[in-house]
Design a protein around this ligand. Structure first.
Ligand code: GUN
Length: 300
């Protein structure tokens, strides 16, 4: 038997369509244009690609995109001054500072300088606390995208055994909070977990977010489980020619697809959902800032 593929590319396109519909209504009914400011410090090539894609998809959804590209040696104080300006700017509803930041800048200080209401990444300590206590928060985009895919595929998640492999602030921890809020029984596993294979085999829902290529083989997966692979790892692919590479997840797809009930492919699974959720969060932030009803189905 072969698992159902969860098509993140198609699902992300449907989210973007819903976002665009909301943006059009905000314009027509309230004269509002949601605006997203993205700040990039330095010239990290992967970050540049992300930022370009974010800008393009923001504009395609009918929103305003503000890009701030700063040199790699920008003093921390200058970055903080820009954030203070964006916090005051009524045309900006969402602020994202692309990570990683150069070493001379204190990333936590910068993130916590963002107005929590504009923190569309959901990384500000206030949003982390709101999420952890089950209150209305801005929710980090990647785990929000994973949750949307799980709800879409499985419906009600309550009572499910969920295992999250990875304990990062960006994915693992908020993912665990979201699954708990949906009444799953949640285990957070990581590289130091004893008998990780056995822990993974308990999972009805397995979320892999460790950043290690193909670390989770098919025989760690419970037959019929739903597998969400957050990993995006580039590995050498000599079979494609000398010097060629390819993208793989944290799950060994070829063996996992034979056991799982459903699985997200890499690429084309979780990846496209992240920017779609960033756009959704920007619309949510715009609605909250203006005391308007939030878009249905686009929040946790
Ligand atoms: N760098 C890689 N992923 C992300 C993300 O989701 N948000 C930010 N701000 N930076 C990132």
């Amino acid at each position: 038997m072969s698992a159902t593929l969860i098509d993140g590319k198609a699902f992300a396109a449907s989210i973007r369509e819903r976002v665009a519909g909301h943006v059009a209504r905000l314009k027509d009914d309230h004269g509002l244009t949601p605006g997203l400011a993205v700040v990039l410090v330095g010239e990290d090539p992967a970050s540049q690609v992300y930022v370009r894609n974010k800008g393009k998809q923001t504009e395609e959804a009918g929103m305003a995109s503000f890009e701030h590209r700063l040199p790699v040696d920008t003093p921390e104080a200058d970055l903080l001054a820009l954030i203070a300006r964006l916090n005051r700017d009524a045309a900006v509803h969402g602020i994202l500072v692309q990570l990683p930041l150069p070493d001379h800048i204190d990333a936590a200080k910068v993130i916590n300088a963002i107005d929590p209401a504009k923190d569309v990444d959901g990384f500000h300590i206030s949003n982390v606390g709101l999420l952890a206590t089950g209150q209305k928060a801005m929710v980090p985009c990647t785990p929000l995208g994973c949750l949307m895919m799980l709800r879409d595929h499985l419906g009600d998640l309550s009572g499910q055994e969920a295992v999250v492999v990875g304990r990062s602030n960006i994915v693992g921890k908020p993912m665990a909070q979201l699954l708990l809020s949906d009444s799953c029984t949640v285990t957070v596993a990581h590289s130091r977990t004893r008998d990780l294979a056995e822990v993974c085999r308990r999972a009805d829902i397995l979320v892999a977010a460790v950043g290690r290529p193909q670390m989770i083989p098919g025989d760690w997966i419970r037959p019929g489980a739903t597998v969400i692979d957050v990993g995006i790892n580039r590995i050498p692919a000599p079979e494609r020619g000398e010097g060629k590479t390819r993208l793989v997840g944290d799950v060994d797809f070829d063996s996992a697809v034979k056991v799982a009930g459903a699985i997200t492919p890499v690429p084309g699974g979780v990846g496209p959902m992240t920017i779609a959720c960033l756009l959704a969060n920007t619309v949510t932030a715009c609605c909250r800032a203006n005391g308007l009803e939030e878009p249905e189905g686009l929040t946790a």
